[in-house]
Design a protein around this ligand. Structure first.
Ligand SMILES: [Zn+2]
Length: 722
């Protein structure tokens, strides 16, 4: 393991699915910790690139498109724009926010697939998968629902039961049905490419547990979080199996055309999504005249993946196996996955709308973005699950940001204007005063700057260890010490009798404010910018300003020289009143009410499920159909059949026997005398020993409910329908 600093950093944050908005759990899980980390590295003058983008493939996107009756492209365009906008508003400072529908990404992923294929990393296998005969397509796991074998939830998905959380295979479901047509799917053979993860098991185990590959140390395993290593080992202990890297889907990255049998096959979204980090880096490099390969192929680069704990297996086992199998790529130096953040005592849930949506927060709490970042960082689920509560948010804003941080900065600003016309006073370094760091202790100007330096170094060390909660606590200690400095020395009382002491105290307090103006940027970027403006200092440009500050403090040099002129004071944070918090709590509770099971209210967002449109036909195709009006003149149940009714239909010119699969919906009495529309030239078919000559046309909804299609009342039989 290299003892010196990495030459450069490539930091990734999990690609969000472009099928829904961002909630605070996502923010606390991956994006905020990654942002704190990269903002710190930039302030330390390190070479760092921070990439992310929308994950725009996979059945989650096509399912959503189907529900909303739009194309997958419309879904991803909408959510990509909205996610990008939300990230920007909450201050997540990606160097690039890319998207996996870009041609560059398709090309990058296909190149990867080709390379793995050439390297013999795949086995091709034909397996039986569910196929929808009506929609004429294979069904992705998410397109199959049925009854959960564990909890009997009738609406479990093919990959998971959302009620009990059990991971499922489509074949585990009882009474599987296709979400495309509502029919029972059948099994059909289909060929797929399976990555031989079993081949990689041994080196992955060594790498996860020792940080070494083939005896070469790549990282220190003690730097990794216990729960990350633990989860990896529990997967490894079960033995890694070959895993399908292709799917039968119509939306995604094509398996390269030249590979035999690739028609209609797409890359598995979990193959293409992490490659999205690479294509994003390539796009960033192309836009900025940089060499992307150094960030992915040079062992002196530290690759860091920020993710939530649900993505650990993909980032710590599967993606590393893919990178290693390719042969040219480095492995992640660390994957500091976070645990989950809960909300008001319950798990966050998108489907139950039990969430705080970040885009709604930034609209409602304009100018208070940092208050959310602060609360998230303070409660970050680093080692175990944590919780967001609105009362807790109010408390952390009002007591810590308003009373501690904003109050300190404001007091120093106001006093400096009042006593020195907004010019930094000249301190006498020998002047006695009480230290802000330790009660009842004499302070000394240079020593106080030395303690400040030490705190900032410690804060940085915690950030580099991904201990963001502890780092934030250290930052807040600086403003706490600043408040204490004012409290102990009471410049408002001392100004008359001891002006020399007030000069040194206020100068020192101003140096604390200046340090916070730089060091708070990873956590509170909007606040840091306001402080810089108040201090009449140029905006931070992320080019090593904290490193510079540390070097100066180490030399005993204050940031703000005597006589430097500051600007007017501005409010950094405002108190959040009870009624605003109550509104948010009420809103959350009411959105939850609508989703209570057993409620008679129609579900608000009940999705429409539409069948895929069939292949286009010509007018001539249509003209072949002879459709006539008719009336049912006899109706009886078919013996031994649950589904069929035996009907006699008067077509005017003749009467016909037609068997119709409607017995579960209609009794013979229901249909007798009904006018109907009949497909009259359908080839006769024998079912259960009876010949059926034609078909009654019915409308069917998503739940499989049937309705007769009929001409206007009293219409004569036997006439054409066009
Ligand atoms: Zn279940």
């Amino acid at each position: 393991m290299p003892a010196s600093l990495p030459k450069r950093y490539l930091v990734t944050a999990a690609l969000p699915y472009a099928n829904g908005p961002l909630h605070i759990g996502h923010l606390a899980g991956a994006y905020l910790p990654a942002d704190i980390y990269v903002r710190y590295l930039r302030l330390m003058g390190r070479d760092v690139v921070f990439v992310c983008g929308s994950d725009e493939h996979g059945a989650a996107i096509t399912v959503k498109a189907r529900k909303e009756g739009v194309t997958p492209r419309e879904i991803v365009d909408t959510y990509h724009a909205s996610l990008r906008d939300t990230f920007q508003k909450i201050g997540i400072s990606f160097n690039i926010y890319h998207r996996t529908s870009e041609p560059l990404h398709h090309q990058t992923s296909q190149d990867f697939f080709r390379r793995l294929n050439e390297n013999g990393e795949f086995i091709e296998e034909t397996t039986e998968q569910y196929f929808d005969e009506v929609a004429q397509q294979f069904l992705a796991d998410r397109y199959i629902s049925g009854t959960c074998p564990v909890c009997a939830n009738p609406d479990a998905y093919g990959d998971q039961c959302e009620k009990c959380g059990t991971s499922l295979n489509p074949t585990d479901l009882i009474n599987p049905r296709s979400m495309l047509s509502g029919t029972t799917p059948v099994k059909r053979p289909t060929k797929h490419w399976f990555l031989r993860l079993d081949k990689h098991e041994n080196w992955l185990r060594e790498w996860i547990n020792t940080g070494k590959v083939d005896g070469v140390a790549l990282h220190n395993p003690n730097d990794w979080k216990n729960h990350v290593v633990g989860q990896c080992n529990s997967w490894l202990d079960q033995g890694l199996q070959p895993r399908a890297m292709t799917r039968d889907l119509d939306w995604g990255v094509d398996v390269p055309q030249e590979i035999p049998d690739s028609a209609g096959k797409k890359l598995y979204v979990w193959l293409d999504a992490p490659i999205g980090y690479i294509s994003a880096t390539r796009q960033w490099a192309a836009d900025n005249g940089k060499d992307w390969e150094k960030y992915w192929k040079d062992p002196e680069t530290a690759l860091i993946h920020f993710i939530g704990k649900d993505n650990i297996v993909f980032h710590c086992l599967i993606f590393p196996a893919i990178l290693h199998a390719h042969g040219e790529y480095i492995l992640p130096r660390n994957v500091p996955a976070n645990q989950f953040m809960n909300l008001e005592g319950r798990k966050l849930s998108t489907s139950k709308n039990w969430a705080v949506w970040v885009h709604e927060f930034v609209d409602t709490f304009k100018g208070q973005e940092d208050a959310l970042r602060y609360n998230m960082a303070k409660n970050m689920p680093e080692q175990k699950d944590s919780e967001f509560t609105w009362k807790g948010f109010q408390e952390s804003t009002n007591t810590e940001l308003v009373n501690n941080l904003a109050n300190f900065v404001n007091r120093v600003m106001v006093l400096t204007h009042k006593y020195y016309n907004g010019l930094i006073p000249e301190p006498d370094p020998e002047q006695a005063f009480l230290s802000g760091w330790q009660p009842d202790t004499q302070g000394q100007y240079n020593e106080e700057l030395g303690i400040l330096h030490k705190r900032l170094v410690e804060m940085g060390r915690e950030i580099e260890r991904f201990n963001f909660r502890e780092a934030l606590r250290m930052l807040m200690e600086i403003s706490g010490a600043g408040n204490a400095l004012l409290q102990f020395n009471e410049p408002w009382k001392a100004f008359k009798d001891n002006p020399a002491q007030v000069r040194v105290v206020l100068n020192l307090a101003m140096q604390f404010v200046a340090a916070i103006g730089v060091a708070s940027r990873p956590f509170l970027p909007f606040t840091a910018a306001r402080i810089r403006h108040m201090l009449h200092l140029p905006p931070l440009e992320d080019n090593g300003e904290l490193l510079h500050l540390l070097n100066e403090l180490a030399e005993g040099n204050p940031t703000l020289p005597p006589h430097h002129a500051i600007n007017e004071a501005e409010y950094l944070f405002t108190r959040i009143p009870d009624e605003v918090i109550q509104q948010q709590i009420d809103k959350l509770q009411s959105s939850d009410q609508q989703n209570q099971p057993g409620s008679n209210e129609p579900a608000v967002n009940q999705p429409a499920v539409y069948k895929a449109l069939a292949e286009t036909i010509t007018f001539d195709d249509f003209a072949k159909l002879d459709i006539r009006t008719g009336t049912i003149v006899e109706a009886e149940k078919m013996e031994k059949s649950k589904k069929l009714l035996r009907l006699k239909v008067d077509l005017g010119f003749e009467q016909r026997t037609i068997l119709s699969g409607i017995a579960e919906h209609f009794s013979p009495e229901d249909v007798l005398g009904r006018q109907v529309i009949v497909l009259a030239n359908l080839a006769p078919r024998v079912m259960m020993g009876v010949e059926s000559a034609g078909m009654i046309l019915m409308a069917e909804d998503a739940a499989g409910k049937l309705s007769f299609v009929a001409p206007s009342e009293g219409w004569p039989n036997g006439y054409g329908v066009k």
